[in-house]
Design a protein. Structure first.
Ligand code: PDD
Length: 285
């Protein structure tokens, strides 16, 4: 069945959904995006994703395509038109279309706005029960990973490299420390139960799931230490997990060929997954 895709004010069958070859995202990856999970037809963490979208746009000086209320209405219309019960909504904003020039086009250039849906389970995924095996690869991305740009070639190459190694994903390493996963934030659990994750900076994306998970973890008495952690600490961790909108919290059972704990999803990781899902479903809109 053909999906309905949103392109610059129109809801179109996917085969008619088109963007100009002069779009700055096509030519320069000059655009940003958000991925929002949908469960039971409701949006999870919507205001968090929209706040980060505004920040990404602001950092790059791209005009805002619509207000948060308008974006909410478009998301809801996409859920309705696509009969989306469970899945993801992808949103992309680009600087718009202009003749190819490294210099930005005039400040009043109209941004492009595109949304599409991807149906499929987000809660009951086999990876959640089995856990992920991650390779370690050098982080060769640009220096502003805090901006959610569509410039995803290196993460995509790293994911393929991990697959070639027979793993599910890669964690990226810079100066001997883990930054994050190819499309998720990374955490380890120490022997004493403390959770360690890298602090926010230009080196990682400020995950919306990360922020909520840290809040609910603290409410449940779990200590989270924000500091960079080394490859050695990761390899000898008691547990490990990732977070993202599409995976919530998902356990990691192997890092760089070394089994983590007993090689099965760790109890704290699974508990944090449960309480995060509970909380985000409660707040879904
Ligand atoms: N990825 N770090 C990176 C590099 C990411 O691409 C993502 C999200 C995250 C987690 O952010 P959040 O919790 O807000 O989803 C961290 C999305 C899901 C994607 O690219 O599909």
């Amino acid at each position: 069945m053909s999906r309905t895709v949103y392109v610059n004010g129109e809801y179109l069958p996917e085969e008619d959904a088109k963007i100009s070859v002069f779009d700055r995202a096509f030519l320069f990856a000059d655009g940003v995006y958000e991925v929002t999970a949908v469960v039971g037809g409701k949006l999870l963490e919507f205001s968090g994703h929209m706040a980060r979208l505004r920040r990404s746009l602001g950092e790059l000086g791209i005009n805002e395509p619509a207000s948060e209320d308008e974006l909410l209405a478009i998301h809801r219309e996409m859920v309705a038109r696509n009969g989306l019960d469970e899945g993801l909504i992808y949103l992309q904003v680009t600087r718009g279309s202009a003749d190819r020039d490294f210099a930005f086009p005039p400040a009043d250039t109209v941004p492009s706005l595109v949304l599409f849906t991807q149906a499929g389970p987000v809660i009951d995924k086999p990876t959640a029960a089995k856990g992920l095996r991650v390779a370690l690869l050098p982080d060769m991305r640009w220096g502003r990973r805090d901006i959610k740009t569509v410039q995803l070639l290196y993460p995509s190459i790293a994911k393929m490299e991990a697959k070639k190694l027979g793993k599910d994903d890669a964690w990226l390493v810079e100066d001997g420390k883990i930054t994050e996963g190819t499309s998720n934030n990374a955490y380890i659990v120490l022997e004493d139960g403390r959770v360690v994750t890298r602090p926010l900076s230009h080196a990682i994306l400020p995950g919306i799931t990360r922020a909520s998970l840290m809040r609910v973890a603290a409410e449940h008495g779990v200590t989270i230490e924000e500091r960079p952690f080394t490859v050695e600490e990761a390899r000898s961790a008691r547990e490990a997990f990732i977070t993202s909108a599409s995976s919530f919290a998902t356990p990691v059972v192997e890092i760089d060929g070394v089994a983590i704990g007993d090689g099965r999803p760790g109890p704290l990781s699974m508990r944090l997954r449960e309480i995060y899902i509970e909380e985000s479903l409660r707040n879904a809109i």
